[in-house]
Design a protein. Structure first.
Length: 491
Protein backbone atom coordinates (compact mmCIF):
# COMPACT_ATOMS: atom_id res chain seq x y z
CA UNK A 1 0.00 0.00 0.00
CA UNK A 2 1.21 3.48 -0.77
CA UNK A 3 0.25 6.99 0.30
CA UNK A 4 0.36 9.56 -2.51
CA UNK A 5 0.43 13.26 -1.73
CA UNK A 6 -0.12 15.96 -4.39
CA UNK A 7 0.69 19.60 -3.69
CA UNK A 8 -0.89 22.79 -4.95
CA UNK A 9 1.34 23.03 -8.03
CA UNK A 10 0.04 19.60 -9.08
CA UNK A 11 -3.55 20.89 -8.77
CA UNK A 12 -3.12 24.28 -10.42
CA UNK A 13 -5.94 23.92 -12.98
CA UNK A 14 -8.21 21.42 -14.71
CA UNK A 15 -5.39 20.04 -16.85
CA UNK A 16 -3.19 19.34 -13.85
CA UNK A 17 -6.10 17.82 -11.92
CA UNK A 18 -6.87 15.49 -14.83
CA UNK A 19 -3.22 14.44 -14.98
CA UNK A 20 -3.20 13.69 -11.24
CA UNK A 21 -6.39 11.67 -11.61
CA UNK A 22 -4.76 9.49 -14.28
CA UNK A 23 -1.68 8.93 -12.12
CA UNK A 24 -3.90 7.93 -9.19
CA UNK A 25 -6.02 5.61 -11.34
CA UNK A 26 -2.96 3.82 -12.68
CA UNK A 27 -1.62 3.28 -9.17
CA UNK A 28 -5.01 2.22 -7.80
CA UNK A 29 -5.27 -0.43 -10.52
CA UNK A 30 -1.95 -1.89 -9.36
CA UNK A 31 -2.50 -1.83 -5.60
CA UNK A 32 -3.99 -0.15 -2.57
CA UNK A 33 -3.66 3.66 -2.53
CA UNK A 34 -4.45 6.51 -0.14
CA UNK A 35 -4.35 10.00 -1.69
CA UNK A 36 -3.62 13.22 0.23
CA UNK A 37 -4.28 16.58 -1.45
CA UNK A 38 -3.33 20.18 -0.81
CA UNK A 39 -5.56 23.04 -1.90
CA UNK A 40 -5.47 24.16 -5.53
CA UNK A 41 -2.51 26.40 -6.22
CA UNK A 42 -2.91 29.85 -4.67
CA UNK A 43 -6.20 29.11 -2.89
CA UNK A 44 -4.84 29.03 0.68
CA UNK A 45 -3.09 32.37 0.18
CA UNK A 46 -6.35 33.81 -1.23
CA UNK A 47 -8.34 32.53 1.75
CA UNK A 48 -5.94 34.02 4.29
CA UNK A 49 -5.83 37.33 2.42
CA UNK A 50 -9.64 37.42 2.48
CA UNK A 51 -9.58 36.80 6.23
CA UNK A 52 -7.16 39.70 6.74
CA UNK A 53 -9.34 42.04 4.68
CA UNK A 54 -12.51 40.96 6.49
CA UNK A 55 -10.84 41.61 9.84
CA UNK A 56 -10.21 45.18 8.68
CA UNK A 57 -13.79 45.47 7.41
CA UNK A 58 -12.43 45.95 3.90
CA UNK A 59 -15.19 45.00 1.41
CA UNK A 60 -12.51 43.80 -1.03
CA UNK A 61 -12.56 40.47 0.84
CA UNK A 62 -15.71 39.58 -1.11
CA UNK A 63 -13.79 39.66 -4.39
CA UNK A 64 -11.30 37.14 -3.05
CA UNK A 65 -14.14 35.06 -1.61
CA UNK A 66 -15.79 34.88 -5.04
CA UNK A 67 -12.44 34.10 -6.70
CA UNK A 68 -12.17 30.91 -4.65
CA UNK A 69 -15.45 29.52 -6.02
CA UNK A 70 -14.75 30.81 -9.53
CA UNK A 71 -11.46 28.90 -9.63
CA UNK A 72 -13.10 25.63 -8.66
CA UNK A 73 -16.13 26.11 -10.89
CA UNK A 74 -13.89 26.81 -13.88
CA UNK A 75 -12.04 23.54 -13.26
CA UNK A 76 -15.33 21.64 -12.94
CA UNK A 77 -16.69 22.99 -16.21
CA UNK A 78 -13.55 21.82 -18.00
CA UNK A 79 -13.29 18.41 -16.33
CA UNK A 80 -16.99 17.58 -16.70
CA UNK A 81 -17.49 19.29 -20.06
CA UNK A 82 -19.06 16.23 -21.68
CA UNK A 83 -21.71 16.02 -18.97
CA UNK A 84 -22.63 19.66 -18.43
CA UNK A 85 -25.68 21.18 -20.15
CA UNK A 86 -25.32 23.74 -22.90
CA UNK A 87 -26.66 26.44 -20.58
CA UNK A 88 -24.13 28.24 -18.38
CA UNK A 89 -26.48 27.86 -15.40
CA UNK A 90 -25.73 24.49 -13.82
CA UNK A 91 -27.19 25.30 -10.41
CA UNK A 92 -30.21 23.06 -11.00
CA UNK A 93 -28.37 20.34 -12.88
CA UNK A 94 -28.55 16.90 -11.25
CA UNK A 95 -25.62 15.35 -13.10
CA UNK A 96 -22.44 14.48 -11.20
CA UNK A 97 -21.04 17.89 -12.13
CA UNK A 98 -24.16 19.62 -10.89
CA UNK A 99 -24.09 17.73 -7.61
CA UNK A 100 -20.43 18.61 -7.19
CA UNK A 101 -21.09 22.29 -7.78
CA UNK A 102 -23.88 22.06 -5.22
CA UNK A 103 -21.47 20.62 -2.62
CA UNK A 104 -18.85 23.27 -3.33
CA UNK A 105 -21.48 26.01 -3.25
CA UNK A 106 -22.51 24.86 0.24
CA UNK A 107 -18.86 25.05 1.35
CA UNK A 108 -18.59 28.47 -0.27
CA UNK A 109 -21.63 29.76 1.60
CA UNK A 110 -20.20 28.40 4.87
CA UNK A 111 -16.97 30.26 4.15
CA UNK A 112 -18.91 33.43 3.37
CA UNK A 113 -20.77 33.27 6.67
CA UNK A 114 -17.48 32.94 8.60
CA UNK A 115 -15.88 35.85 6.74
CA UNK A 116 -18.98 38.01 7.31
CA UNK A 117 -18.81 37.24 11.04
CA UNK A 118 -15.15 38.31 11.09
CA UNK A 119 -16.10 41.51 9.26
CA UNK A 120 -18.75 42.30 11.86
CA UNK A 121 -16.56 41.78 14.93
CA UNK A 122 -13.36 42.98 13.18
CA UNK A 123 -11.38 40.15 14.67
CA UNK A 124 -9.95 36.97 13.16
CA UNK A 125 -8.86 34.69 15.99
CA UNK A 126 -6.26 31.94 15.40
CA UNK A 127 -9.12 29.44 15.66
CA UNK A 128 -11.10 31.22 12.92
CA UNK A 129 -7.98 31.58 10.78
CA UNK A 130 -7.35 27.82 10.88
CA UNK A 131 -10.97 27.13 9.98
CA UNK A 132 -10.76 29.45 6.97
CA UNK A 133 -7.36 28.14 5.84
CA UNK A 134 -8.73 24.60 5.62
CA UNK A 135 -11.45 25.34 3.07
CA UNK A 136 -9.00 24.96 0.17
CA UNK A 137 -8.25 21.33 1.01
CA UNK A 138 -11.90 20.56 1.66
CA UNK A 139 -12.80 21.93 -1.77
CA UNK A 140 -9.97 20.27 -3.70
CA UNK A 141 -10.70 16.86 -2.16
CA UNK A 142 -14.43 17.21 -2.81
CA UNK A 143 -13.65 18.04 -6.43
CA UNK A 144 -11.10 15.26 -6.94
CA UNK A 145 -13.18 12.52 -5.33
CA UNK A 146 -16.18 13.48 -7.49
CA UNK A 147 -14.06 13.56 -10.65
CA UNK A 148 -12.56 10.13 -9.92
CA UNK A 149 -16.08 8.78 -9.39
CA UNK A 150 -17.03 10.36 -12.73
CA UNK A 151 -14.16 8.36 -14.27
CA UNK A 152 -15.46 5.15 -12.71
CA UNK A 153 -13.38 4.89 -9.54
CA UNK A 154 -14.83 4.12 -6.10
CA UNK A 155 -13.36 7.29 -4.58
CA UNK A 156 -14.47 8.84 -1.31
CA UNK A 157 -13.55 12.18 0.24
CA UNK A 158 -12.10 11.79 3.77
CA UNK A 159 -12.01 14.87 5.99
CA UNK A 160 -8.72 14.60 7.92
CA UNK A 161 -10.37 16.37 10.87
CA UNK A 162 -11.93 12.97 11.63
CA UNK A 163 -8.52 11.29 11.49
CA UNK A 164 -5.66 13.56 12.64
CA UNK A 165 -6.03 14.54 16.32
CA UNK A 166 -4.08 17.49 17.74
CA UNK A 167 -3.65 19.55 20.86
CA UNK A 168 -5.81 22.68 21.17
CA UNK A 169 -3.27 24.89 19.37
CA UNK A 170 -3.60 26.86 16.18
CA UNK A 171 -1.29 27.65 13.28
CA UNK A 172 0.93 24.59 13.77
CA UNK A 173 -0.78 22.20 16.15
CA UNK A 174 0.95 19.33 17.94
CA UNK A 175 -0.35 15.97 16.71
CA UNK A 176 -1.42 13.25 19.14
CA UNK A 177 0.30 10.47 17.25
CA UNK A 178 -1.13 7.27 18.70
CA UNK A 179 -4.71 8.56 18.67
CA UNK A 180 -4.27 9.70 15.08
CA UNK A 181 -2.78 6.36 14.04
CA UNK A 182 -5.66 4.51 15.70
CA UNK A 183 -8.25 6.64 13.89
CA UNK A 184 -6.43 6.26 10.57
CA UNK A 185 -6.58 2.48 10.82
CA UNK A 186 -10.24 2.60 11.83
CA UNK A 187 -11.56 5.17 9.35
CA UNK A 188 -9.54 4.75 6.15
CA UNK A 189 -10.74 1.53 4.54
CA UNK A 190 -8.32 1.55 1.65
CA UNK A 191 -9.05 -2.07 0.65
CA UNK A 192 -12.62 -1.27 -0.41
CA UNK A 193 -12.38 2.25 -1.76
CA UNK A 194 -10.02 5.00 -2.85
CA UNK A 195 -9.70 7.56 -0.02
CA UNK A 196 -9.02 11.19 -0.99
CA UNK A 197 -7.83 12.80 2.24
CA UNK A 198 -7.58 16.49 3.05
CA UNK A 199 -4.01 17.48 3.85
CA UNK A 200 -2.96 20.30 6.18
CA UNK A 201 -6.05 20.29 8.42
CA UNK A 202 -6.78 18.36 11.62
CA UNK A 203 -8.94 18.78 14.71
CA UNK A 204 -8.83 18.60 18.48
CA UNK A 205 -10.57 15.78 20.33
CA UNK A 206 -13.51 18.19 20.70
CA UNK A 207 -13.69 18.65 16.93
CA UNK A 208 -12.22 22.18 16.72
CA UNK A 209 -10.40 22.69 13.41
CA UNK A 210 -6.62 23.09 13.59
CA UNK A 211 -3.87 23.18 10.97
CA UNK A 212 -0.48 21.49 10.82
CA UNK A 213 1.60 24.47 9.75
CA UNK A 214 3.94 24.94 6.83
CA UNK A 215 4.04 21.93 4.47
CA UNK A 216 1.19 20.49 6.49
CA UNK A 217 -0.05 18.24 3.69
CA UNK A 218 3.34 16.53 3.53
CA UNK A 219 3.01 15.98 7.27
CA UNK A 220 -0.48 14.50 6.80
CA UNK A 221 0.92 12.05 4.25
CA UNK A 222 3.75 11.12 6.60
CA UNK A 223 1.31 10.57 9.48
CA UNK A 224 -0.97 8.37 7.39
CA UNK A 225 1.94 6.41 5.95
CA UNK A 226 3.21 5.73 9.46
CA UNK A 227 -0.21 4.94 10.93
CA UNK A 228 -1.27 2.65 8.08
CA UNK A 229 2.14 0.91 7.81
CA UNK A 230 2.45 1.92 4.17
CA UNK A 231 5.15 0.42 1.96
CA UNK A 232 6.06 3.87 0.64
CA UNK A 233 4.94 7.51 0.79
CA UNK A 234 5.10 9.38 -2.51
CA UNK A 235 5.34 13.18 -2.47
CA UNK A 236 4.33 14.44 -5.92
CA UNK A 237 5.59 17.91 -6.78
CA UNK A 238 6.96 19.78 -9.83
CA UNK A 239 10.57 18.51 -9.87
CA UNK A 240 11.99 15.10 -10.74
CA UNK A 241 13.36 14.54 -7.24
CA UNK A 242 15.98 15.82 -4.83
CA UNK A 243 18.69 17.54 -6.87
CA UNK A 244 22.44 17.65 -6.38
CA UNK A 245 22.24 21.47 -6.44
CA UNK A 246 19.83 24.26 -7.32
CA UNK A 247 19.37 24.04 -11.13
CA UNK A 248 18.63 27.76 -11.28
CA UNK A 249 22.31 28.31 -10.52
CA UNK A 250 23.99 25.02 -11.50
CA UNK A 251 23.08 23.86 -15.00
CA UNK A 252 24.70 20.44 -14.46
CA UNK A 253 22.54 19.64 -11.41
CA UNK A 254 21.01 16.18 -11.54
CA UNK A 255 18.50 14.05 -9.65
CA UNK A 256 19.94 12.03 -6.77
CA UNK A 257 18.43 8.52 -7.08
CA UNK A 258 18.65 7.47 -3.40
CA UNK A 259 19.57 9.30 -0.22
CA UNK A 260 19.48 8.54 3.47
CA UNK A 261 17.02 10.13 5.84
CA UNK A 262 19.88 12.03 7.51
CA UNK A 263 21.08 13.40 4.18
CA UNK A 264 17.55 14.46 3.24
CA UNK A 265 17.14 16.32 6.52
CA UNK A 266 20.49 18.08 6.10
CA UNK A 267 19.66 19.11 2.53
CA UNK A 268 16.19 20.30 3.56
CA UNK A 269 17.61 22.33 6.44
CA UNK A 270 20.03 24.04 4.10
CA UNK A 271 17.50 25.15 1.54
CA UNK A 272 16.45 22.15 -0.57
CA UNK A 273 12.72 22.82 -0.22
CA UNK A 274 11.23 19.63 -1.63
CA UNK A 275 10.55 18.41 1.92
CA UNK A 276 10.61 20.06 5.32
CA UNK A 277 12.54 17.97 7.90
CA UNK A 278 9.70 18.04 10.45
CA UNK A 279 7.19 16.55 8.00
CA UNK A 280 9.31 13.43 7.57
CA UNK A 281 9.49 12.47 11.25
CA UNK A 282 6.47 10.11 11.55
CA UNK A 283 7.59 8.19 8.46
CA UNK A 284 11.20 8.15 9.64
CA UNK A 285 10.27 6.77 13.05
CA UNK A 286 8.22 3.95 11.48
CA UNK A 287 10.92 3.36 8.80
CA UNK A 288 8.54 4.08 5.93
CA UNK A 289 10.51 5.19 2.84
CA UNK A 290 9.57 8.41 1.03
CA UNK A 291 9.84 8.92 -2.72
CA UNK A 292 9.81 12.33 -4.40
CA UNK A 293 8.05 12.25 -7.79
CA UNK A 294 7.20 14.75 -10.53
CA UNK A 295 3.58 15.19 -11.61
CA UNK A 296 4.79 16.72 -14.87
CA UNK A 297 7.10 13.75 -15.55
CA UNK A 298 5.42 10.78 -13.84
CA UNK A 299 7.63 8.11 -15.45
CA UNK A 300 10.80 9.55 -13.90
CA UNK A 301 11.97 7.32 -11.02
CA UNK A 302 12.36 10.26 -8.61
CA UNK A 303 14.40 10.16 -5.41
CA UNK A 304 13.97 7.50 -2.73
CA UNK A 305 14.60 8.61 0.85
CA UNK A 306 15.15 5.70 3.20
CA UNK A 307 17.26 4.38 6.04
CA UNK A 308 18.90 2.00 3.57
CA UNK A 309 19.81 4.60 0.94
CA UNK A 310 23.50 4.53 1.85
CA UNK A 311 25.80 6.58 -0.32
CA UNK A 312 28.33 3.77 -0.69
CA UNK A 313 25.66 1.65 -2.37
CA UNK A 314 24.69 4.33 -4.86
CA UNK A 315 27.73 4.11 -7.07
CA UNK A 316 28.06 7.91 -7.16
CA UNK A 317 30.48 10.45 -5.78
CA UNK A 318 31.50 10.85 -2.15
CA UNK A 319 29.24 13.83 -1.45
CA UNK A 320 25.50 13.70 -1.97
CA UNK A 321 24.58 17.28 -2.77
CA UNK A 322 25.12 20.98 -2.25
CA UNK A 323 22.55 23.32 -0.73
CA UNK A 324 22.58 26.95 0.31
CA UNK A 325 20.71 29.54 2.34
CA UNK A 326 20.80 33.09 1.02
CA UNK A 327 20.20 36.55 2.44
CA UNK A 328 21.82 35.82 5.79
CA UNK A 329 23.88 38.03 8.10
CA UNK A 330 26.96 37.29 10.18
CA UNK A 331 27.56 38.77 13.63
CA UNK A 332 31.10 38.58 14.97
CA UNK A 333 31.77 38.85 18.72
CA UNK A 334 35.50 39.32 19.19
CA UNK A 335 37.87 40.46 21.91
CA UNK A 336 40.95 39.53 23.87
CA UNK A 337 38.94 39.72 27.08
CA UNK A 338 36.97 36.63 26.04
CA UNK A 339 39.95 34.28 26.20
CA UNK A 340 39.66 31.89 29.12
CA UNK A 341 36.55 33.60 30.53
CA UNK A 342 33.82 31.02 31.18
CA UNK A 343 30.20 31.80 30.30
CA UNK A 344 30.67 34.23 27.40
CA UNK A 345 29.27 31.80 24.81
CA UNK A 346 26.40 30.93 27.14
CA UNK A 347 25.50 34.61 27.56
CA UNK A 348 25.67 35.20 23.80
CA UNK A 349 23.28 32.37 23.00
CA UNK A 350 20.95 33.14 25.92
CA UNK A 351 20.65 36.74 24.74
CA UNK A 352 19.84 35.63 21.21
CA UNK A 353 17.29 33.10 22.46
CA UNK A 354 15.56 35.76 24.57
CA UNK A 355 15.22 37.87 21.41
CA UNK A 356 13.71 34.88 19.53
CA UNK A 357 16.59 34.92 17.05
CA UNK A 358 17.10 31.66 15.16
CA UNK A 359 20.79 30.89 14.69
CA UNK A 360 21.52 28.95 11.50
CA UNK A 361 25.27 28.46 11.94
CA UNK A 362 27.91 28.95 14.65
CA UNK A 363 31.69 29.12 14.42
CA UNK A 364 34.14 29.71 17.26
CA UNK A 365 37.90 30.13 17.12
CA UNK A 366 39.78 27.55 19.18
CA UNK A 367 41.63 30.44 20.82
CA UNK A 368 38.25 31.56 22.25
CA UNK A 369 39.07 35.00 20.84
CA UNK A 370 35.92 35.19 18.69
CA UNK A 371 32.46 33.73 18.21
CA UNK A 372 30.49 34.30 15.05
CA UNK A 373 26.83 33.48 14.50
CA UNK A 374 24.83 33.51 11.29
CA UNK A 375 21.11 34.34 11.17
CA UNK A 376 18.46 35.45 8.69
CA UNK A 377 18.62 39.09 7.61
CA UNK A 378 15.40 40.01 9.44
CA UNK A 379 16.88 38.65 12.68
CA UNK A 380 20.11 40.64 12.42
CA UNK A 381 19.06 43.90 14.09
CA UNK A 382 17.16 42.27 16.99
CA UNK A 383 20.23 40.05 17.50
CA UNK A 384 22.58 43.05 17.58
CA UNK A 385 20.41 44.90 20.10
CA UNK A 386 20.16 41.83 22.33
CA UNK A 387 23.94 41.33 22.29
CA UNK A 388 24.65 45.00 22.92
CA UNK A 389 22.42 44.88 26.02
CA UNK A 390 23.86 41.62 27.33
CA UNK A 391 27.51 42.52 26.69
CA UNK A 392 27.29 46.23 27.56
CA UNK A 393 29.82 45.97 30.39
CA UNK A 394 32.35 44.06 28.27
CA UNK A 395 31.93 46.48 25.39
CA UNK A 396 32.42 49.48 27.65
CA UNK A 397 35.55 48.01 29.26
CA UNK A 398 36.90 47.00 25.82
CA UNK A 399 37.13 43.33 26.83
CA UNK A 400 35.05 42.85 23.69
CA UNK A 401 35.54 45.03 20.63
CA UNK A 402 32.68 46.52 18.67
CA UNK A 403 30.23 43.89 17.42
CA UNK A 404 30.62 43.39 13.68
CA UNK A 405 27.57 42.86 11.46
CA UNK A 406 27.96 41.79 7.82
CA UNK A 407 24.93 41.55 5.51
CA UNK A 408 24.30 39.99 2.07
CA UNK A 409 25.89 36.63 2.76
CA UNK A 410 25.19 33.02 1.74
CA UNK A 411 25.68 29.77 3.65
CA UNK A 412 26.76 26.91 1.40
CA UNK A 413 26.60 23.36 2.76
CA UNK A 414 28.28 20.31 1.23
CA UNK A 415 26.45 17.21 2.44
CA UNK A 416 26.96 13.46 2.22
CA UNK A 417 26.92 10.36 4.41
CA UNK A 418 30.03 9.05 2.65
CA UNK A 419 32.02 12.06 3.86
CA UNK A 420 32.35 10.29 7.22
CA UNK A 421 35.87 9.00 7.64
CA UNK A 422 36.90 10.04 4.13
CA UNK A 423 40.04 12.19 4.26
CA UNK A 424 40.55 15.13 1.95
CA UNK A 425 36.95 16.31 1.46
CA UNK A 426 37.48 19.68 3.15
CA UNK A 427 40.81 20.10 1.35
CA UNK A 428 39.16 19.44 -2.01
CA UNK A 429 36.40 21.98 -1.31
CA UNK A 430 38.65 24.78 -0.14
CA UNK A 431 41.34 24.13 -2.74
CA UNK A 432 38.73 24.50 -5.47
CA UNK A 433 37.40 27.71 -3.90
CA UNK A 434 40.92 29.03 -3.42
CA UNK A 435 41.74 28.49 -7.08
CA UNK A 436 38.54 30.40 -7.93
CA UNK A 437 39.69 33.22 -5.59
CA UNK A 438 36.56 32.96 -3.42
CA UNK A 439 36.83 34.55 0.02
CA UNK A 440 35.39 32.46 2.88
CA UNK A 441 34.20 34.33 5.97
CA UNK A 442 33.42 31.42 8.32
CA UNK A 443 33.52 27.61 8.35
CA UNK A 444 31.67 25.00 10.43
CA UNK A 445 31.67 21.20 10.45
CA UNK A 446 29.58 18.93 12.61
CA UNK A 447 31.11 16.00 14.46
CA UNK A 448 28.96 13.66 12.35
CA UNK A 449 31.20 14.61 9.37
CA UNK A 450 28.12 14.69 7.14
CA UNK A 451 28.14 18.42 6.56
CA UNK A 452 30.76 21.09 5.85
CA UNK A 453 29.26 24.59 5.85
CA UNK A 454 30.89 27.89 4.98
CA UNK A 455 29.85 31.50 4.51
CA UNK A 456 30.56 33.55 1.37
CA UNK A 457 29.25 36.79 -0.11
CA UNK A 458 25.83 36.30 -1.67
CA UNK A 459 27.05 37.83 -4.93
CA UNK A 460 29.40 34.85 -5.30
CA UNK A 461 26.65 32.23 -4.84
CA UNK A 462 26.44 31.01 -8.44
CA UNK A 463 30.21 30.84 -8.82
CA UNK A 464 30.65 28.97 -5.53
CA UNK A 465 27.91 26.41 -6.22
CA UNK A 466 29.30 25.66 -9.67
CA UNK A 467 32.91 25.45 -8.48
CA UNK A 468 32.07 22.95 -5.71
CA UNK A 469 29.67 20.97 -7.91
CA UNK A 470 32.30 20.64 -10.64
CA UNK A 471 34.94 19.60 -8.12
CA UNK A 472 32.92 16.56 -7.04
CA UNK A 473 30.55 15.75 -9.90
CA UNK A 474 32.57 15.44 -13.07
CA UNK A 475 30.44 12.85 -14.81
CA UNK A 476 27.81 13.82 -17.40
CA UNK A 477 25.71 10.64 -17.46
CA UNK A 478 22.91 11.91 -15.23
CA UNK A 479 19.32 12.26 -16.40
CA UNK A 480 18.32 15.83 -17.34
CA UNK A 481 16.29 17.68 -14.76
CA UNK A 482 12.67 18.57 -15.52
CA UNK A 483 10.66 21.15 -13.63
CA UNK A 484 11.74 23.99 -11.38
CA UNK A 485 12.83 23.94 -7.75
CA UNK A 486 9.84 23.52 -5.46
CA UNK A 487 9.77 26.78 -3.52
CA UNK A 488 6.04 27.29 -2.99
CA UNK A 489 4.87 27.32 0.63
CA UNK A 490 2.09 24.77 0.57
CA UNK A 491 -0.61 23.75 2.92
Amino acid sequence: MKVMKFGGSSLADAGRIAAVAEIVRAEAAAGSVVVVLSAMKGITDTLLAAADLAENADPEFRLLYERVMDTHEKAIKTLFAAELPVSEDVSEDYSQAGQLIGKLTALHHELGDILHGIELVRECSPRSRDLIAGFGERMSCTLMSAYLCFLGEDAVMVDARRVIVTEAEHGSATVLLEKSFERARALIHHEQELPIVTGFIAATEDGVTTTLGRNGSDYTASLLGAGLHADVIEIWTDVDGVLSADPRHVKDAFVIPTITVEEAMELAYFGAEVLHPYTMLPAVERRVPIRIKNTLNPHAPGTLISHDGRGEDRGIDTITGIASIGDVALINVEGGGMVGVPGIASRVFSALASASVNIIMISQASSEHSICVVCRRHDAQPAMKALERELAHELESRRIGQLELIHNLEIVAVIGACMRGTPGIAGKIFSALGEAQVNILAIAQGSSEMNISFVVEMAARKQVLNVVHSAFFTHSTQEPVQGAPATEVKG
